[in-house]
Design a protein around this ligand. Structure first.
Ligand code: ADP
Length: 603
């Protein structure tokens, strides 16, 4: 089947698409007004004359559009953009940079001059002085003088030279030289200098030459101060900056801007040799404004809190937020710490209270257990005490009888008195030991010699039980291993328990062998082994030996060894029962840590 239309990829198709696009663009803009706002730096009439050729060309090349030219001063142009009164603006580089920042305009072309076809180096300024002022040769010579300029916000008419003066150590803002603003048009500056009202004046580059050509200023009356040698076409004091900008307002149709740009680029230079070129880089203008702290960089002059806040408020707000969060976190942590501290203090107080009760309970138990073992031994105590008392009584009666019979010799009296004193001391010694052992008192830690404690405890046992077997002490400790840090009364209690159990075991098998006590020391500990020749204990029973209430005796309580174990463990030691290496019986062994190095020698 044949196709009835052109494929779009064919040459005829391209034509058709181009035609349709052109028609669409034409319909879209047909009859639209193009309002062009220009900066009238030389006054309205000059502006009308200056831009008329451009307006005519635009009208001719964009048929169907009305080109409306409007001229403004600096502030008015900004206002016109704000009110949406213009689609395009033409203004000086400084003003363009300001409007770009404040009103969002964007350049589409930069003006070049007959002398400079480089759009980045077009606009400059000249400082003019009267030719006969030989005292003015360099910019520095203007110190203390005065400088005429059109306005403080004129770019080529003041700001370029202001920056130049600053680079030479002068600052018109500080009155060096004193600025005198004449207002537009710029020739007023020339008049001020010619009349001698100011020492110098600022003109746009090449204006002096033009005024001289036009006969407005007689040639030779004025000259340019410090002309730059690299700029040949006119006398220029400042560096060269980008040319005037042709810019589109923010809402301008990009297609319309493109159409205008095409016209601008295709225009030949006007009578003054000025033409439009691709847009230049206006970065140097930004640098200049930043240096002078004007235009978009005017905020750099403000150092108050409000301006700092306006510049850095996101950082400030972030910082405040962080501080707030940090403050809240700190308060919360502080609150938690105080609560935990209170809880810990009360827990600590409670645990100290419980500990004190436990200690008191243990001391009470120790005391009761001592009384208990004394009670067990006291059955025969009366009999034991009876012996010295009976002896005392016998000696006393024998003295009486001898005295009544008249046969009391000096020697007999002496002997009887000695026996009476010795028996009394024996009875008092038994009672003293029992009293000391039975007394109630708090636990202590002091340096003790275990051999001494063994001897004292053996004496106590035999004091109360004359039939008790002898205690055979075997001391193999080195001189450096004699001292332990302990409660002597508690250790005596342990030893008395062990001796009593040993004797009980020996009585059961009617053995009268001495109870052996073997002391050794090594590896930082002192070991005490109490060996008897009783019936011993089977391995299984030995497991339960130290459990509370374990007893094999009909009248036993089964608490003695469990208390001994508690006491030994509280001293950092261990209590255990083993079989003897040879023969019958049982060995009860406990070990205690030796006292520190500074406490090893006897005092
Ligand atoms: P109690 O003497 O009141 O029975 P203990 O705790 O002192 O309480 O002793 C517990 C048990 O351990 C004793 O009843 C006894 O059977 C056993 N025992 C203790 N020492 C010896 C020993 N040297 N020989 C044999 N058995 C012993």
């Amino acid at each position: 089947m044949r196709r009835a239309f052109f494929p779009l990829s064919s040459p005829a198709g391209h034509w058709l698409v181009g035609l349709l696009l052109g028609l669409w663009l034409g319909v879209a803009w047909a009859g639209a007004d193009i309002r062009l706002g220009v900066l009238a730096w030389l006054g309205s009439e000059e502006a009308e004359v200056q831009w008329k050729p451009l307006v005519q060309e635009l009208a001719r090349r964009l048929p169907g559009h009305r080109i409306l030219l409007r001229h403004y001063d600096l502030d008015e142009l900004a206002g016109a953009l704000q009110a949406g009164e213009v689609e395009f603006v033409v203004t000086n580089p400084g003003h363009y940079v300001t409007l770009e920042a404040e009103r969002g305009i964007s350049r589409i072309a930069t003006q070049v001059s007959a002398a400079s076809q480089d759009p980045a180096h077009v606009v400059g300024s000249a400082v003019v002085v009267r030719a006969q002022r030989d005292d003015l040769r360099r910019l520095e010579d203007l110190r203390g003088g005065s400088l005429a300029a059109v306005a403080a916000d004129a770019f080529g008419g003041y700001q370029l030279i202001w920056a130049e003066l600053r680079r030479h150590g002068l600052d018109p803002e500080q009155g060096q030289p004193k600025p005198v603003f004449t207002g537009f048009p710029m020739p007023r500056v020339v008049e001020a200098v010619l009349r001698g009202e100011t020492d110098a004046g600022v003109l746009r580059a090449c204006l002096l030459e033009r005024l001289e050509r036009n006969g407005v200023v007689p040639p030779g009356q004025l000259r340019v101060l410090s002309p730059r040698p690299e700029v040949g076409h006119c006398g220029v004091t400042s560096a060269l900056y980008p040319g005037w900008a042709f810019a589109a307002a923010r809402g301008t149709d990009p297609a319309l801007a493109r159409a205008v740009l095409l016209v601008l680029l295709s225009l030949p230079p006007d009578e003054a040799g000025q033409a439009w070129s691709v847009p230049a880089d206006y970065h140097p203008v930004h640098e200049l404004f930043r240096e002078l702290q004007i235009g978009p960089y005017a905020f750099l002059r403000q150092t108050g809190w409000d301006s700092l806040w306006r510049r850095y408020w996101p950082w400030g707000a972030g910082l405040l937020l962080i501080l707030l969060v940090w403050g809240m976190y700190t308060l919360r942590v502080e609150h938690l710490v105080q609560r935990r501290t209170r809880e810990l203090s009360s827990a600590l107080a409670e645990s100290q209270r419980l500990e004190a009760r436990i200690v008191a309970g243990q001391e009470q138990m120790d005391h009761l257990s001592r009384l208990s073992i004394l009670g067990e031994l006291a059955g025969t105590l009366a009999h034991e005490l009876n012996q010295p008392l009976a002896a005392i009584s016998n000696y006393a009666r024998s003295l009486l009888r001898r005295q009544q019979g008249g046969i009391l010799s000096e020697q007999a009296l002496h002997q009887a008195a000695e026996e009476i004193a010795s028996e009394s001391e024996r009875a008092a010694g038994i009672l003293g030991g029992i009293r000391a052992f039975a007394r109630k008192r708090n636990r202590v830690r002091e340096r003790c010699d275990l051999a001494e404690l063994v001897r004292e405890t053996g004496a106590l046992l035999r004091g109360m039980q004359a039939r008790a077997p002898a205690i055979a002490l075997e001391d193999e400790r080195p001189a450096s291993g004699r001292w332990v840090l302990a409660d002597p009364l508690q250790l005596q209690q342990v030893l008395l328990n062990l001796f009593k159990n040993a004797w009980d075991a020996q009585q059961a098998v009617a053995s009268e062998a001495p109870i052996g006590v073997h002391l050794t020391a090594g590896a930082g500990r002192c070991v005490v082994a109490v060996r008897d020749h009783g019936g011993g204990l089977s391995g299984e029973l030995r497991q339960h030996l130290c459990e509370p209430f374990f007893t094999t005796k009909p009248d036993g309580l089964g608490l003695g060894l469990s208390i001994c174990k508690t006491i030994i463990e509280a001293h950092g030691g261990e209590l255990e029962a083993t079989e003897p290496a040879a023969g019958p019986g049982l060995v009860m062994r406990f070990s205690l840590p030796l006292a520190g190095a500074d406490e090893t020698d006897p005092p």
